[in-house]
Design a protein around this ligand. Structure first.
Ligand SMILES: Cc1cc2nc3c(=O)[nH]c(=O)nc-3n(C[C@H](O)[C@H](O)[C@H](O)COP(=O)(O)OP(=O)(O)OC[C@H]3O[C@@H](n4cnc5c(N)ncnc54)[C@H](O)[C@@H]3O)c2cc1C
Length: 398
């Protein structure tokens, strides 16, 4: 905690900390804090515990069942949940689809989906990227053809996180192939159980399975699942991406990694002394800690714009870049710090009950998987190179 807090904020921080300590199931905490695999059921269980406390949607307005918290309270909440070992709240429904529905959805869409998002009755995934349409999203080729009361959707989505766990997808599809690329796109809500949907796994560098290819073959999507106007989906897509980038500022994750780094640096020895006392290593940790402090201040500045009812602009790109860089540096330092214990990469060590998870009595094996896995964060949510283009154009004016 770097920010100076007033008494109410301090009391709130204590309340959240106690809540996480008492209510977070121990098996979930163990998995999370030791960087082991977290299962679908773990995320759902924790979300429901938060929801029962009315903390299920920290960033939503109270009118929709959210907390109505300001930026500072949300940051405190996130920080305490992360450092207390809670799994992250899955953003696809809560922080991506929901803000879109609130801003562009019909009353019926809001009434149907928002309560199911907050209680996690639905698990959402994001159907934006396609082979040939990642950074250049407007090149997407998935088609949605209106036939009576349905759109018939055909195409392929890729890198779709948790599509294998999801029962709903929000997707972008081309509804007018004659128009300019951005002009002919629509935003649709798809029930993943609809005939014609096929999900195939993609195995990542850490041997994990979070992401997928999704094939759509003449999938019928009811017209009432169109969000906003037909062919006006690009504005919605961009609105959603602004939210996605602030979510991946990753402050909570940075804090968790920083805490682990300091713990290990205190317990590991270099020439008979704790590693944390080594001046060179200490300097590197301090530099990262300062970077993290600046990052947190930048996030606070940006999200406080929302309280003043100003939309989040291209500055979100700065957060995305810094957040991903800091997290990657932290996992690099963690690997170095754990030395030989971090080197063997044993996928089985990622299971909670695995004996392979301990090396020299320490739970350090999963650090390698974490290090590999962290490479992805400078790619998803808009690759860092693309964020730099946005900054150059929209902020610096080049
Ligand atoms: C782990 C993970 C999870 C993901 N989850 C989802 C998901 O749930 N849903 C979803 O829709 N998508 C998801 N994505 C996809 C992600 O959004 C894309 O990977 C990302 O937008 C980059 O697109 P691409 O992979 O097609 O790479 P490309 O766009 O082909 O880019 C390849 C490289 O070229 C660089 N590059 C491209 N264009 C430019 C340019 N104009 N200037 C400078 N450099 C450029 C990029 O920065 C990158 O380094 C996920 C990706 C990953 C890695």
């Amino acid at each position: 905690m770097y920010l100076r807090e007033n008494p109410e904020e301090i009391a709130f921080r204590t309340e959240v900390r106690n809540f996480v300590q008492c209510e977070l199931p121990t098996d979930i905490r163990d998995r999370v804090l030791n960087f082991l695999r977290v299962e679908r059921e773990d995320y759902v269980r924790w979300q429901r515990i938060l929801h029962a406390k009315s903390w299920g949607a920290p960033a939503w307005p109270q009118a929709y069942g959210g907390t109505g918290w300001n930026a500072t309270w949300r940051t405190i909440f996130e920080e305490e949940c992360f450092t207390g070992g809670a799994p992250r709240q899955i953003p696809f429904g809560l922080s991506m689809c929901a803000p879109v529905l609130m801003a562009f959805g019909t009353d019926a869409q809001k009434a149907r989906y928002l309560p199911r998002i907050i209680s996690m009755a639905d698990w959402w995934c994001q159907g934006y990227s396609e082979p040939g349409a990642g950074s250049d999203l407007a090149a997407l080729k998935t088609r949605a053809e209106r036939r009576g009361d349905y759109y018939v959707v055909s195409g392929q989505k890729t890198w779709t996180t948790y599509a294998h766990w999801a029962n709903m997808m929000f997707l972008l599809a081309r509804t007018d192939s004659e128009a300019k690329p951005q002009a002919g796109i629509s935003f649709l809500l798809l029930d993943m159980k609809t005939p014609g949907v096929t999900v195939r796994p993609i195995t990542t560098l850490d041997q994990g399975h979070d992401i997928n290819e999704v094939f759509l073959d003449e999938v019928k999507v009811p017209v009432e699942n169109l969000v906003g106007e037909e062919n006006k989906g690009w504005a919605i897509a961009k609105y959603l991406l602004g939210h996605e980038r602030t979510n991946i500022a990753g402050i909570g994750m940075c804090r968790r990694l920083m805490r682990r780094l300091k713990e290990i640096a205190r317990s590991e020895q270099k020439r008979g002394r704790p590693l944390i006392e080594d001046p060179y290593f200490r300097q590197r940790i301090t530099k990262l800690d300062m970077d993290l402090m600046c990052h947190e201040w930048s996030l606070m500045r940006l999200i406080s714009l929302e309280s003043g009812n100003k939309a989040i602009g291209p500055e979100a790109s700065v957060l995305k870049i810094r957040g991903s860089e800091i997290q990657q540096h932290l996992t690099e330092l963690l690997m170095e710090c754990a030395g030989p214990y971090a080197v063997p990469f044993v996928p089985a060590a990622l299971e909670l009950d695995s004996t392979a998870a301990t090396a020299g009595g320490k739970l350090l094996n999963p650090l390698a998987a974490q290090y590999f896995d962290m490479h992805k964060i400078s790619i998803y949510g808009g690759a860092n190179e693309i964020q730099k283009n946005i900054i150059a154009k929209a902020i610096i004016g080049l």
